[in-house]
Write a protein that binds this ligand. Structure first.
Ligand code: SF4
Length: 165
């Protein structure tokens, strides 16, 4: 199976706590004004990666403490990202997923592939980038409306449970 990516960062310290491997997916439908990464919007852009090759590369990074799926919009390639996570998951790694959707919107849509990705995540950083709410002091986010959610607690409760790292 293949996945369409804008790129990867093998040792990121800006996409969540600790040293993380970040997968930037290609393609985003949200079109947030002021988006920091407009080159990731085109679904036909980016580069095609074999998922098995990506899994192997992630497993070779022995110092990472987690994996981050960013974009682009990760939930537009939810099935592929589930396969990536299932190929690398171990007790030492946690998964952070960025999304321009809100947690509530994902629950409401109830798409099985998107819910499956949600279920695999430890943390969700949700919501579109809103230029009027931009705040450069926020850790790991670009605008004040974006939240860091404890996904497992949120799924158990059926509503968003916010945390700070
Ligand atoms: S969701 Fe992210 S990548 Fe997509 S338009 Fe908004 S800021 Fe850009």
């Amino acid at each position: 199976m293949n996945i369409q990516l804008a790129g990867i960062a093998r040792e990121s310290i800006v996409d969540g706590p600790g040293l993380r491997y970040t997968v930037f997916v290609q393609g985003c439908p949200h079109g947030c004004p002021g988006c920091h990464n407009p080159g990731t919007h085109d679904f036909s852009g980016g580069k095609t990666y074999e998922i098995e090759t990506l899994i192997k590369d992630i497993k070779e990074q022995k110092l990472i403490s987690g994996l981050t799926f960013s974009g682009g919009e990760p939930f537009c390639q939810a099935k592929e990202l589930c396969a990536v996570w299932d190929g690398v998951r171990n007790e030492k790694l946690n998964l952070i997923v960025y999304t321009g959707y809100t947690f509530e919107k994902l629950l409401q849509e109830n798409n099985p592939e998107k819910i499956a990705l949600l279920q695999r995540a430890a943390y969700l950083i949700d919501g579109p980038f809103v230029l009027s709410q931009r705040d450069l002091t926020l850790p790991f986010r670009g605008s004040k409306n974006q939240r860091i959610l404890d996904v497992q607690a949120s799924l158990t409760k059926g509503e968003a449970v916010e945390i700070e790292f």
